[in-house]
Design a protein around this ligand. Structure first.
Ligand code: MN
Length: 720
């Protein structure tokens, strides 16, 4: 079992003065959290985070990374929360641990192979800190090493996922050591027979191969020494999976593969690279066509090295790579090699790393894709990242176009969730409906059975699915409302003529009339009546004689009025009365505690489940709210919504006062909804009016008019 001190020693070797205390604190918390938990192997769980941290130390990563390696499963598997990790280790480490829990959640959901590519993109997109991916790779490497403890079904799934998702990620990041390990381990579980075949073949030829390699190595080393060049020479053997791939690609047997072995020569300076090359070519005849100078012309991913193929002893072809130690670090550990040790602590130049990662991705895609147009497309989508990937609370991943909002998300979950959405939380925080989702966020939709979409929602969504569903709902709602209206009209009109609509329906008396009106059913009749497509007169004529009907018909068609009303409602719903600073249209409700009116100074508060609530600027309820939940709002100049407000008038108690006061209110064209008057003794009376006004200006006019009424003592607006 790996010990903490082993890891600390390793770190000290490549980063003297690193914060070992941080590693120790992470170790202690991890040990406490996982206390009593066991791996499938029966060993204490703690061996896993220790092994992961050790792999990260092998990659020479910074102490934050090592700490995250130790803590990577605590949010996922134990009772500790993000907040607690943040309190103890700061926001960077907490975010990385959190990101890891999120990645592992998706991975266990991703069964479809078709999704592999989007998960791969996903991992990048959500790893706002690319170190998260490095820790995840180390985590997977250790899980693959211990995969034999898993049941067979799981072994296959995990191995496939590793080969399809994690090994390519390691490859793109240039971390060859992990890539090779992941490939070979996956391959071993996916094709155990082929794996064993190649393994046996390698074993059978090992002695011979090793003897040959040692012979070449000594020849090379001696030649370098006599040229007074300090060079490290390594022989290496291809990994099993790449041998397999070569056999498949060239349709050959194991025996026909000639470049199983190769050599690497590491030197200090670029000049020495060319000197060493000269020595090699002086000793062995080069195969001209196979020389490549990636030092003068580096690969676009930054890889540098000299490659040459020569005819070695016994006329065997051998490939030799020559590079500096620094170039070698980049070639082996890719992105990880870019963590630099600066001013006493490891320092990460984020921009640089991201650039390298992006370049690597491009180069890889160029190599993997054959059709040039497909390549262009993959570049475009990689570079512009038009998609965002977000999580459901259960950890499933959904992809959206850029600019998608919580409403898009709600409709993607389920139509019913969308239709009843009242609010959304992103990573635990309430957000407005026009919030743009970002990759890696977890979205929780708040619904209420009585919530309904409005026309304003159409401007808040970008996905066609959400748009279609909202439109369908609005159309349907209009029809329902139309039917209700139509039925109401018919009921009233029939009543006027001494007919009971419900009874007629029950008695099946509509069967014949519907036929002669060419209407299929009652619902259609109601709708047609509401929309004015069929006049009430026409319907009534089916039941009432014409002469009788004409005498009772004096007033304007009610249908026309209703049509007006429908039109008005539609206009009103299309825009919000309130603007939120810096935001577009947004769903608002008015606080009952202070009942603000257009023109009042106002402030918005973000509520749980009801969007933005509008209060008077000095409403105590709003002022008592946490500042972070208050939001600046302003009235929309163009839009007026009629609202009921209450006013209280104290006046002398005498006959006729109510008439005068009502007149004063009506003079300003304002409706009184309710009026309540009562004597309070001392020859005074108190009058509570509820009136309907569009704005503060009108209200102020009404108050001024009331104050001018003789006998009025005081007028005040009542807020609750
Ligand atoms: Mn783990």
């Amino acid at each position: 079992m790996i010990r903490l001190s082993d890891i600390q020693d390793k770190v000290t070797r490549y980063a003297p003065g690193a914060d070992l205390d941080l590693i120790e604190r992470a170790y202690i918390l991890s040990a406490q959290c996982h206390d009593g938990q066991k791996r499938r192997s029966g060993e204490p769980y703690l061996i896993h985070p220790l092994a992961v941290a050790d792999i990260l130390a092998d990659l020479k990563l910074d102490v934050d990374c090592i700490a995250v390696g130790l803590l990577h499963d605590v949010i996922e598997d134990t009772l500790i929360t993000y907040e607690e990790v943040k309190a103890q280790f700061g926001v960077d480490i907490a975010n990385m641990v959190d990101g890891l829990s999120k990645i592992s959640k998706i991975m266990f959901k991703s069964r479809e192979e078709a999704q592999a590519e989007s998960f791969r993109k996903m991992v990048f997109a959500m790893a706002r800190d690319i170190r998260v991916v490095l820790v995840k790779l180390a985590d997977r490497a250790h899980n693959m090493r211990t995969l034999h403890y898993m049941p067979e079904r799981k072994q296959l799934r995990i191995a496939r996922e590793t080969l399809e998702i994690y090994a390519p990620i390691a490859h793109r990041l240039g971390i060859q050591t992990i890539k090779i390990e992941l490939e070979d381990l996956s391959f071993k579980y996916l094709h155990p027979d082929v794996y064993r075949d190649i393994e046996d073949n390698l074993a059978a030829t090992r002695a011979e191969r090793e003897a040959y390699m040692e012979r070449v190595r000594i020849l090379l080393a001696d030649a370098m020494r006599s040229a007074q060049l300090e060079v490290e020479v390594f022989g290496r053997v291809k990994n099993i999976y790449s041998i397999y791939r070569k056999m498949v690609r060239n349709s050959v047997e194991f025996e026909q593969i000639h470049d199983l072995t190769g050599f690497r020569m590491l030197v200090e300076t670029v000049g020495q690279c060319y000197q060493a090359l000269g020595q090699v070519h002086a000793m062995f005849k080069p195969l001209d066509s196979r020389f490549k100078d990636f030092i003068a012309v580096p690969k676009s991913n930054g890889y540098q090295s000299l490659h040459t193929t020569v005819f070695g002893p016994d006329n065997e072809q051998i490939e030799i790579q020559i590079r500096t130690r620094e170039m070698h670090a980049v070639a082996e550990t890719g992105i990880a090699a870019h963590w630099r040790y600066k001013e006493g602590r490891l320092h990460l130049d984020r921009k640089e790393i991201e650039d390298v990662a992006k370049l690597r991705q491009l180069v890889e895609s160029a190599q993997e894709v054959e059709d040039p147009s497909e390549f262009m497309q993959s570049i475009r989508s990689d570079l512009t990242s038009e998609e965002v990937y977000v999580f459901t609370p259960a950890g499933a991943v959904l992809a959206f176009p850029e600019g998608a909002t919580p409403l898009d998300f709600a409709f993607a979950i389920h139509t019913e969730v969308g239709l009843h959405c009242t609010g959304a939380k992103v990573d635990g925080r309430i957000v407005p409906f026009d919030y743009c989702l970002k990759s890696g966020e977890t979205v929780h939709i708040i619904t209420h059975p009585s919530a309904r979409p409005s026309v304003a929602w159409l401007k808040l969504v970008v996905t066609s699915r959400a748009k279609t569903k909202i439109r369908a709902f609005l159309r349907q709602e209009e029809r329902v409302r139309g039917r209700e209206l139509g039925r109401g009209i018919l009921e009233r009109e029939f009543k006027k003529h001494g007919l009971n609509l419900n009874k007629l329906i029950k008695d099946d008396a509509f069967k014949q009339p519907l036929q002669s009106l060419h209407i299929r059913n009652m619902d259609e009749l109601y709708l047609n009546v509401a929309l004015g497509k069929i006049t009430i007169e026409k319907v009534l004529l089916e039941f009432v004689p014409k002469e009788k009907l004409q005498t009772e018909r004096a007033k304007a068609s009610l249908v026309d009025k209703l049509k007006e009303r429908l039109k008005f409602k539609r206009q009103a719903a299309s825009s919000s009365p309130v603007r939120i600073k810096g935001e577009g249209d947004i769903l608002v409700s008015f606080a009952k505690c202070c009942n603000p009116l257009h023109g009042d100074p106002i402030i918005g508060t973000i509520t749980l489940g009801h969007g933005i609530s509008i209060h008077l600027a000095d409403c105590p309820n709003a002022l008592n709210m946490e500042p972070s939940r208050r939001i600046e709002v302003a009235w929309d100049e163009q839009t007026r919504h009629y609202r009921n407000v209450k006013i209280r008038v104290i006046c002398v108690d005498r006959a006729g006062m109510l008439v005068h006061m009502s007149k004063a209110i009506a003079h300003d064209g304002v409706n009184i909804t309710t009026a309540e008057c009562k004597s309070i003794g001392d020859k005074k009376a108190i009058n509570n009016f509820e009136i309907t006004v569009a704005d503060r200006e009108t209200l102020d006019k009404v108050i001024a008019s009331l104050e001018r009424v003789k006998g009025v003592i005081s007028v005040e607006r009542v807020f609750a």
